[in-house]
Design a protein around this ligand. Structure first.
Ligand SMILES: Cc1ncc(COP(=O)(O)O)c(C=O)c1O
Ligand SMILES: N[C@@H](CCCC[NH3+])C(=O)O
Length: 430
C-alpha cells in the first residue's frame, strides 16, 4: 500500500517519519498502527526509535555548535525505561536521575556513572550512599539537611564528591503552576539568600567539591527570556565554572497549540545568555526531558463504548492510568481514529465528543470536545506526543495493569517494557 505524506499540520505533532497510507491508515516507524494494536493490544505506548535518536542528535549538535564544552543531560523522569536510557546513552548524552530507582535504571540502561547527575529535594541516606558508591558525576545539593547527610556518608567511606548547588532564582516562567519550580516560594533548592550560607559551607567542606550552580525554573517553557532573568539572579552568588540551566523546553501538543523555539534557537540562546552574564569558558549543562522524548511516542486505545448523555461520550480502555497529564494540568491532546486519519480538515462524518477513560472519576477525560471521524466500538484511537510523563506517571488505579512500551523502527516492532499482568497486581500483597 503506497504511503502518502501526513497532513503537514499533523506532521508537527506525530513522530518523525509518520505516514498515512492511501486508505487513510496511520503508519508509525514503518508499521501499520491498526496491526500494531492487534498484535500488542491496547492501551500501549509505541516509541518511534528513529525519532528519539534524531532528536537526541539534534540536541547534541545544537549545544556543541553553541559551545564545544556544553553537555546535554537527559532529565530521565520524562521516560525512565531502560530501552530509552540505552538509546540516549548511545547517542552520547548524559543523564539526570531523581531517585535510586532512576539511578539503577540508568546504570542498567548503559549510562556510565561519570555521565550521571543525581537530583531530588528529599534524597534519602540510601540514595545518597548509592550515588556516592556508584561514583556519579555530580550530586545536585538541594538543602542543608542533605549536606549534613552527604558529609557523614563521605566521611564514613573516606570519599569525595563533586556537587552543584540548586538555587531557586525567583523566576516564574509562563507555565502551569504545578510545573513551575524556580519561584521564591518553592520546595526545590535554596533561595538566593540561603544559598550564600550553603555555598560557604560547601566551599569549606574537606570532602565536597562545589563545581557550580544548578537551576530549574520549570517545565513546558515556550520562551527564552526567563532563563536570562534566572542567570542574572544567580550571578549575585559569585562566579563558578559550571552552570546547569535545567532544561524545560516545551513541546507542541496540538495542531493549534503553542510552538516552542527550535532546538537550535534554544541551545544557542542558553549558551549566549551564560556568556553574556558570566563571560566565555563556562561549562554549560542543559537537562531536557520532555523535548527529547515527548514526540517520539503515541498511545493507542480501543473504543469500548459510544453513548450520548447531553454530549457524545467515547470511552476507551485506558485513561488517567496511562496519561495523567489532562487531569493534572488540563493538558490538551489530539486524538484520531487510526484507520480514518482524516486530518485537521473537517469531514461530514465528524462527531464532536468527549473521549474519556475507563476510571471511576468524572475528571478522567483524555480529550474534551474531540473531533472524531464517526467513532464506533472497536475503533483504535491514537494520541500523539505521549513520550514524556506518560509511561513515567502511569499507575494501577482501578487495578489496571500498566501498558507496555513497544519500540518501532523500519517496519519492525519489539516490546521493551512488557504489559503488566494481574499477577503483577497481586505481587504487591504479602
Ligand atoms: C531537575 C530537573 N531538571 C530538568 C528537568 C527538565 O525536564 P523537562 O525538560 O521535561 O521540563 C526537570 C523537570 O522538569 C527537573 O526536575
Ligand atoms: N510531569 C510534568 C512535568 C514535571 C517536570 C518535572 N520537573 C508534566 O507532565 O508536564
Amino acid at each position: 500500500m503506497p504511503a502518502v505524506q501526513l497532513d503537514p499540520r499533523l506532521a508537527t505533532i506525530y513522530p518523525l517519519g509518520t505516514e498515512v497510507d492511501a486508505r487513510g491508515r496511520l503508519r508509525i516507524g514503518g508499521c501499520d498502527a491498526l496491526e500494531l494494536a492487534r498484535e500488542f493490544g491496547t492501551p500501549a505506548y509505541f516509541v518511534v526509535e528513529d525519532d528519539l535518536r534524531t532528536r537526541a542528535q539534534a540536541f547534541v549538535e545544537a549545544f556543541r555548535a553553541a559551545s564545544p564544552t556544553a553537555e546535554v543531560v537527559f532529565a530521565s523522569k520524562a521516560f525512565p525505561c531502560t530501552a530509552v536510557y540505552r538509546v540516549l546513552a548511545e547517542e552520547g548524552i548524559g543523564c539526570d536521575v531523581a531517585s535510586a530507582g532512576e539511578l539503577a535504571s540508568a546504570l542498567r540502561g548503559g549510562f556510565a556513572p561519570r555521565d550521571i547527575h543525581l537530583h531530588g529535594n528529599a534524597k534519602t541516606e540510601e540514595e545518597l550512599a548509592y550515588a556516592v558508591e556508584a561514583r556519579v558525576r555530580e550530586i545536585v545539593v538541594d538543602n542543608a539537611d542533605e549536606i549534613d547527610r552527604l558529609e557523614r556518608i563521605l566521611a564514613e567511606r573516606d570519599a569525595r564528591q563533586r556537587v552543584l548547588i540548586r538555587v531557586a532564582p525567583g523566576v516564574s516562567p509562563d507555565t502551569h503552576p504545578s510545573i513551575s519550580t524556580g519561584g521564591p516560594n518553592t520546595k526545590f533548592g535554596f533561595n538566593p539568600e540561603a544559598a550564600r550560607d550553603a555555598i560557604a559551607r560547601l566551599r569549606a567542606s574537606e570532602r565536597i567539591d562545589l563545581e557550580g550552580i544548578h537551576f530549574h525554573i520549570g517545565s513546558q517553557i515556550m520562551e527564552l527570556a526567563p532563563f536570562g532573568a534566572a542567570l542574572r539572579a544567580v550571578s549575585e552568588l559569585g562566579d563558578f565554572g559550571t552552570y546547569n540551566l535545567g532544561g524545560g523546553l516545551g513541546v507542541q501538543y496540538t495542531v493549534d497549540g503553542p510552538q516552542p523555539p527550535s532546538i537550535e534557537e534554544y541551545a544557542s540562546a542558553k549558551v549566549r545568555l551564560v556568556e553574556e552574564v558570566f563571560g566565555p569558558g563556562k561549562r554549560v549543562i542543559d537537562e531536557p526531558g520532555r523535548a527529547l522524548t515527548a514526540r517520539s511516542t503515541v498511545t493507542l486505545y480501543t473504543v469500548q463504548s459510544v453513548k450520548r448523555n447531553v454530549v457524545t461520550w467515547v470511552a476507551v480502555d485506558g485513561g488517567m492510568s496511562d496519561n495523567l497529564r489532562p487531569m493534572l494540568y488540563d493538558a490538551r491532546y489530539e486524538i484520531d481514529v487510526v484507520d480514518r486519519m482524516t486530518g485537521p480538515q473537517p469531514s461530514e462524518d465528524d462527531v464532536v465528543a468527549h473521549v474519556t477513560g475507563k476510571h471511576c472519576e468524572s475528571g478522567d477525560l483524555l480529550v474534551r470536545d474531540a473531533r472524531l471521524n464517526a467513532p464506533r466500538v472497536g475503533d483504535v484511537l491514537v494520541t500523539p506526543v505521549t513520550g514524556a510523563y506518560g509511561h513515567a506517571m502511569a499507575n494501577t488505579y482501578n487495578g489496571s495493569p500498566r501498558p507496555p512500551v513497544i519500540f518501532v523502527s523500519g517496519g519492525d516492532a519489539r516490546v521493551v517494557v512488557r504489559r503488566e499482568t494481574r499477577e503483577d497486581l497481586f505481587a504487591r500483597d504479602v
